[in-house]
Ligand binder design. Structure first.
Ligand code: BES
Ligand code: ZN
Length: 611
């Protein structure tokens, strides 16, 4: 039996024995077979003199050979039994190698069902001429792309040479180091000189073009979307500067954005030097760019100071949410924007905990992930409970003027490292030694290890939420037998985020009668709105009300884009609506092969398929 690591229950690797320091990749991208093949050369360091094996994580990889790169000597290895989520342990025997540092070259290829990659046929792209491929490694999918120590506790630098056929451009989470035509293909070179955890290795291949939007930023996408994206994300440099003022220097050199095809399963992914984002952010009015502020923030929280296992995921996401909201407030000079957004986050957290159950151990801020796939644990909890905890601490120490210098010191202290919640706590207490008494009040056990809502709700200012609340109340209380008191101008003075919040509040109520939804649609043109966050909540209101009008639109929405934040709740709503359940399952079955692995995997669970 292969044993998982005591330090990281989601990895087989044992970096305490032998640790990987850097990686060189030589890859061919083969669209006809849907595989990446080539070599991964790992520079490794013998940490424990008597360690006899290098242990790596793999998943669905075909290993062809393993050698000591310098001598060419073949190295023996075994592949353990495949766990459906964690993959197979690869154990390479090192007994013949005596040097402290050496290079292991692994020749291998990925499987067409590689969980980190999605392969799209030309018809599935905007341009329809060229195929497309992209990766999503977080949390534990890197092992299906490269044999590696797939734990965020290990940080490596990497270089890569990737061959692709004409018309295609290769991008990675690294600095671009030039390209060269070679026969019928082009080789693209990359270099990531800052040590990163495996989950930040990323690649995209497609007919990509770019436009400069700032001194260190290009926006990349298929040419059909480049202009729109350049407009939408024109605030990138301002956001970077604001982030630097809060967090310290930006160490990654370049900050580019790549707009992926609609099946990209997340809103954004903080791949270093090249954030990946969903095209559902292209609202046309820059109203959804808080996601960019979020991914920029990860350049510090996550990418520089990293959770050492997925159990400490809130150190990545809670801190990022917390700083993201400070950046957005600063950028838009909107008084109380941070409170407004935090209030919305609190509501999302309570919905999440209501759905998962308040006793669910995975609603702990620091959960035990022994035997648990991080994709199953993923939720709003690390984001919003983490954010609320930091908000609480900020208030406790006397507000931003005290807490922001602490944040900077924390990021500086732990940059280039991976840390646990416990290490964060020690540093916090050490930094605020003279405030020792205030920390005696903190119930760490309740915040970190108790499921359910946080023990304390901060006082969020409700000023910006006021119009939303009023309008919600009026719609809930209106008796449709009486005269309609609403007007098409009701939403005129609300920002799109306030409209989104108003719908979110209505979703907390008992389902509205269909007649009210019809009236809303007639007055406010709800069905023709294209802002994805608004559309998402509007469709959900319809499904909860069992409004037949919403069915086709909602099924279309979950088919034409694959962002899990939108797709999962809608499929769950369909599941709850018994008469529609079968139809939704059929749509999922027909569509699952064009979904990314992780999305298909979690939606199957949401629909209770194969149980
Ligand atoms: N790093 C996450 C995305 C992620 C988390 C991918 C876990 C795989 C496993 C990214 O930074 C993120 O949080 N994205 C959010 C955006 C946001 C503003 C909260 C999303 O995708 O919606
Ligand atoms: Zn994030």
């Amino acid at each position: 039996m292969s044993r998982l690591s005591p330090a990281d229950p989601n990895s087989y690797s044992r970096p305490d024995q032998v640790m990987v320091l850097s990686l060189h990749l030589k890859w061919d991208v083969d669209f006809s077979r849907k595989v990446v093949s080539g070599t991964a050369t790992l520079t490794v360091d013998h940490k424990q003199k008597d360690a006899t094996h290098l242990i790596l994580d793999t998943r669905d990889l075909t290993i062809k050979s393993v050698k000591d790169e310098e001598t060419g000597q073949v190295l023996q290895y075994t592949l353990g039994e495949a766990h459906p989520n964690f993959g197979s342990q690869m154990k390479i025997t090192l007994s013949s190698i005596v040097k402290k540092q050496f290079k292991v070259q692994i020749e291998y290829e990925t499987s067409p069902k590689c969980s980190a990659l999605q392969w799209l046929a030309p018809e599935q792209t905007a341009g329809k001429q060229h195929p497309y491929m992209f990766s999503q490694c977080q949390a534990i999918h890197c092992r299906s792309l490269v044999p590696c120590q797939d734990t965020p506790a290990v940080k490596i630098t990497y270089t890569a040479e990737v061959n692709a056929s004409p018309g295609l451009v290769v991008l990675m989470s690294a600095l671009r180091d030039g390209e060269q035509k070679k026969g019928s293909s082009t080789t693209f070179r990359f270099r990531q000189p800052v040590p990163i955890p495996s989950y930040l290795i990323a690649i995209a291949v497609g007919a990509l073009e770019s436009r400069q939007v700032g001194p260190r930023s290009l926006v990349w996408s298929e040419k059909e979307l480049v202009e729109k994206a350049a407009f939408e994300f024109s605030e990138t440099e301002t956001m970077l500067k604001t982030a630097e003022s809060l967090c310290g220097d930006y160490v990654w050199g370049q900050y580019d954005l790549l707009i992926l095809p609609p099946s990209f399963p997340y809103g954004g992914m903080e791949n270093p030097c090249l954030t990946f984002v969903t095209p559902t952010l292209l609202a046309g009015d820059r109203s959804l760019t808080d996601v960019i502020a979020h991914e920029i923030t990860h350049s510090w929280t996550g990418n520089l100071v990293t959770n050492s296992s997925w159990q400490d995921f809130w150190l990545n996401e809670g801190f990022t949410k917390f700083i993201e909201r400070k950046i957005v407030e600063c950028l838009h000079e909107e008084k109380n924007a941070r409170h407004f957004s935090a209030l919305g986050g609190w509501k999302e957290l309570s919905e999440c905990i209501r759905t998962r159950g308040e006793k669910d151990p995975l609603t702990c801020l620091v959960p035990d992930l022994t035997g648990v796939d991080p994709d199953d644990a993923f939720s709003t909890v690390p984001y919003e409970k983490g954010h609320t905890f930091l908000w609480y601490l900020e208030t406790l120490v006397g507000g931003p003027s005290e807490f922001e210098p602490f944040l900077k010191a924390y990021l500086d202290k732990f940059k280039y490292q991976s840390i646990t919640s416990e290490i964060f706590r020690s540093f916090l207490l050490e930094y605020f030694v003279d405030k020792k008494d205030v920390f005696d009040a903190v119930d760490w056990e309740a915040w970190w290890h108790t499921p359910g809502m946080p023990p304390i709700k901060p006082k969020f200012d409700e000023e910006l939420a006021h119009v939303c609340k009023n309008l919600r109340k009026r719609w809930v209380e209106w008796d449709p037998a009486k005269k309609c008191p609403f007007h098409c101008d009701d939403l005129r003075n609300m920002t799109s985020n306030q409209v989104r919040e108003w719908l979110a509040q209505l979703l907390e109520e008992e389902p509205l009668p269909v007649i009210k939804l019809e009236k809303m649609d007639e007055l406010y043109n709800m069905s023709s709105r294209n802002n994805s966050e608004i559309k998402f909540r509007w469709l959900r209101l319809g499904l909860k009300a069992h409004w037949n009008n919403s069915v086709d639109e909602a099924l279309k929405f979950v088919t034409e884009q694959g962002r899990m934040k939108f797709v999962r709740p809608i499929y769950r709503d369909f599941y709850e609506w018994k008469e529609m359940r079968q139809q939704a399952v059929a749509v999922y079955e027909a569509n699952k092969d064009s979904m990314m692995h992780v999305a298909a995997y979690v939606v199957a669970k949401d629909l209770h398929i194969n149980e």
